[in-house]
Design a protein around this ligand. Sequence first.
Ligand code: FEO
Ligand code: CA
Ligand code: CA
Ligand code: CA
Length: 569
Amino acid sequence: DVSRNGGRRLLGFPAITPSVADEVVLPPGYRYQVLFPWGHPIVPSGPRFDENADNSATEQAAQAGDHHDGMWFFPLRGSRSGLLCVNHEATTEQLLHSDGRANWSPEKTAKSMAAHGVSVIEVEQDRRGGRWELAESRFARRITMTTPAEITGPAAGHPLLRTGADPEGVRVLGTLNNCASGPTPWDTYLTCEETINKYFYFGEQPPEAGSVEERYGIGSESPYPWYTTEDRFDMRVEPNEYNRFGWVVEVDPFDPASTPKKRTALGRMEHENAVVVRGRRGEAVVYMGDDTQFDYFYKFVGAEPINKALKRGRSPLDTGTLYVARFEEDGSGRWLPLVHGRPGLTEADGFADQAEVLIHTRLAADAVGATPMDRPEWCTVQPRTGAVFFTCTNNTARTESVNAANPRLENRFGHIMKIDECGNPSAETFDWDVFLLAGDEASGATVPPDQAFGSPDGLWFDKDGRLWIQTDGAQPKVDGAEQNNQMLVADTRRGDIRRFLVGPPRCEITGITATPDGRSLFVNIQHPGDSGTPDTPRASSNWPDYSATGRPRSATIVITREDGEVVGG
Ligand code: FEO
Ligand code: CA
Ligand code: CA
Ligand code: CA
């Protein structure tokens, strides 16, 4: 009873049981190493981590940021060394500074901004011991909230993107809330800006009902006090700065002097990840979720072949058509083009031009009749079949009506969708199915009770066809206790699923990439101890240092097998 795909064993490990322990649990025969925790210098000669969080903002800008999320391994020398790009989505401010959020200052804003963004590090594996280490690399860099980035594509220079500091609307400082990610076929890294609304202060009164700001989640408060020391985060002073975030950003890890590019043709939303495949004409096709309750699933189809664009010095991601998904009750679906001038997207509808369709992607998608989903998070494309899978993590706000693609009221545990475009990634129609309903038996899950999980978020097909599922949020209870977040592997053809990893309390498991040989698997443990309740993270986790005087830390870990074989196989 062995699960295989073309001779490769897909699920070659025994499922582990749920856990509430303050550790990372793996199947027998597997081990992990903490490679790159928050505060770790990006090169060995960099500033050392201070476990009392007394590192300065300048030191933080040369160290791993916080809340590690999406990442990707770009090989340099086979599977033994490579560049690892790691997103730093957010911060836990009470841990980031030795005195937490008290006595907020410009230095604290600067340190918090330096703990966001992306790390590019060079990693190499010791031939004998098998341990991974960071190299003293010319590629190593941090991209933070002060790194200049260029706005490209149809919305570049638009009046809504112009600010006092950038009257041209083409140059932004930084990238924000870098959630998940995706590699491109031309060896660059896409980092996706997600929950940007939390960083901007609108004023004491929230935005008006029905306003663009409300649709983009701007409230009357910002949990990040950045606006108290930096005017660009105060919307009363600078109303357009927030339009310059919420994009997919392209980074060239092989050129440490390169400027990150915000690709506006891919739309503006709470971007989760971005999966790039080649269409039949060689064009870039990008699948993307907008992670908010009742928001949408998107794809972009490039206008010209990737090779042709690159040869002419153009980005394959700057010209093309953005579509949003509509899921019909009969299992068919349509990609609805978000093109200025079409019904609902004219000047009379409030869209002056294509740039406004892209800056206000959510409003455009509302106007054309897209299907509101239960928080679309990661997507991934199945090798060989080209089927697109995406997670709908949960949606407890769905209290009134269900549909075939979002079939549960108060969807506490989420589900995974499957889209079949019959081998044509640029198709305007598709068939779809619910791949699985997560949760426990009482919630109507389609997963065996002993492999129960909730809130699927990270999702990735490895080269062999294993579907890795990572969780973030509510998990089913075992003996009255809510289990910790976890990672499972599915054999989608047999419908078999097995729990592979369980993390420490109140973390999320997110970010996954492997060496080309599949023998080293990189995974991120995000915010151990902190699932959003301020001031108590140390009460529930002290992973990975277990230092009496230290603090829990987000970290990249590397998982290997004691026998050195393929992870999962
Ligand atoms: Fe950053 Fe939707 O997760
Ligand atoms: Ca997170
Ligand atoms: Ca996520
Ligand atoms: Ca999530």
